[in-house]
Design a protein around this ligand. Structure first.
Ligand SMILES: *Cc1c(COP(=O)(O)O)cnc(C)c1O
Length: 403
């Protein structure tokens, strides 16, 4: 069921639709059944056992119960696996449910409990690992410290590139080389499979908050991990018992979203490039964080990442006070967390998405994050120009009108 001979854009449109012609339909059916009629006790039982063990249902026994398997979800998983050059993929009810399953699965499979976390990470991931909720021990390090930080009890290395919210790039291949065989999970949410395929660089697992670019329209919360067959089976075993599964309606929307993913990512990236270049010249902005804007000292653009993406962060000279003002003053940019959708968003990471992160690793109070959408960049720049300009109080003559 692989279409790997297809170019990326063709794959995005056609992957996961291989069974539709046979079904006599053009759009993927949404299968909402929570349970399935059983042909016999024995056949149902064997299928149940296959799925609880991390496999797929067998033809005679069927899906049995939707916590174990759902065909609408399976189509999305197949499509995403193909886009990520992975053997398989497992979808979850959120990015955090996916991360939870990855931690539980590697601890179970390896008998080890330590997670090596390369900072900076998304605030929720950082917090989940630090919380001790999953019984994992966590060591934080920077990318160059990985080799010296791997220990006999290290179960998994977690990294994010570009990282949320600083847009730092991490050399995936260098971390894999330093990992001494420990599986590396790459959070690929910001890059998407359109710009970066970590499996090709030696990563064992690729995680997406599908809530962001994969969905792309701000109406689905979901997560997915692309990986090899063995890891996928381990993740399915965890999902079957913990139940953090993706609902078929969400899977349908995500699968539909994949068809436009290459077009959306490229167009949003082009807008982001223009906004980032304009921000660089703005006197209120002390630093723009955007891949390549510092000249790409690690040489990762082109080699690791095919483009620069569409998330930008910036430090404001006016610090937190100006950040507070700007987030209230934009009109076209919605002041909201999340990213990757067709509409542009603005938010303050230290106070919101990264609030649970330990103070020493929290983003600066002067930092604002922008997710650039599909609006005309002329309008996006005009909106930011207004919001940035109105911060410094301009002396108004007593007679002037405020109209
Ligand atoms: C949003 C996000 C997550 C968490 O995903 P949810 O779908 O919100 O659970 C994980 N990693 C990154 C990089 C994110 O931006």
């Amino acid at each position: 069921m692989t279409s790997s001979y297809l170019q990326l854009d063709s794959l995005a449109v056609h992957a996961g639709r291989e069974d539709l012609a046979e079904l006599g339909v053009h759009a993927p059916p949404i299968d909402l059944s929570s349970t399935s009629p059983l042909p016999s006790i024995e056949a149902g039982g064997l299928s149940y056992e296959a799925m609880a063990g991390g496999g797929t249902p067998n033809a005679e026994g069927g899906a049995v119960y939707a916590r174990l398997w759902n065909p609408t979800v399976a189509r999305f998983e197949s499509a995403l696996a193909q886009l990520e050059h992975a053997e398989s993929a497992v979808a979850f009810s959120s990015g955090m449910a996916a991360m939870t399953a990855a931690v539980l699965a590697v601890m179970k499979e390896t008998g080890r409990r330590r997670i090596l976390a390369v900072r900076p990470l998304y605030g929720g991931t950082d917090h989940l690992l630090a919380s001790g909720l999953l019984g994992a021990e966590v060591t934080y390090c920077s990318a160059p410290e990985v080799a010296a930080s791997v220990r006999p009890d290290t179960a998994m290395i977690v990294l994010e590139t570009p990282a949320n919210p600083t847009l730092d790039l991490v050399d995936i291949r260098a971390v894999v080389d330093a990992a001494q065989g420990v599986p590396v999970l790459v959070d690929n949410t910001f890059a998407t499979p359109i710009l970066q395929n970590p499996i090709d660089l030696g990563a064992a697992m690729v995680l997406h908050s599908a809530t962001k670019y994969l969905g792309g329209h701000g109406d689905v919360i979901a997560g997915v991990i692309a990986c090899g067959q063995e890891q996928a089976a381990a993740l399915r075993r965890v999902r079957a018992v913990t139940g953090g599964l993706l609902h078929p309606l969400g899977a349908y929307l995500l699968h539909r979203g994949l068809a436009t993913l290459p077009v959306r990512v490229r167009a949003q990236q082009e807008n982001a490039r223009r906004v980032a270049a304009w921000l660089e010249t703005h006197p209120s902005v002390s630093r723009v964080h955007y891949p390549g804007i510092d000249g790409d000292p690690q040489g990762l653009l082109g080699r690791q990442m095919k483009g620069t993406g569409a998330v930008i962060s910036m430090d404001l000279r006016g610090g937190y006070a100006q950040a507070e003002h700007v987030t209230l003053a934009t009109g076209l940019f919605t002041h909201a967390v999340s990213l990757g959708g067709v509409d542009s968003l603005i938010q303050h990471p230290a106070a919101l998405t990264h609030r649970p992160v330990a103070p020493e690793a929290r983003p600066a109070a002067s930092l604002i994050r922008l997710s650039i959408g599909l609006e005309d960049p002329v309008d996006l720049i005009a909106d930011l120009d207004r919001a940035l300009a109105t911060h410094h109080p301009i002396p108004v003559p007593a007679t002037a009108s405020h109209a």
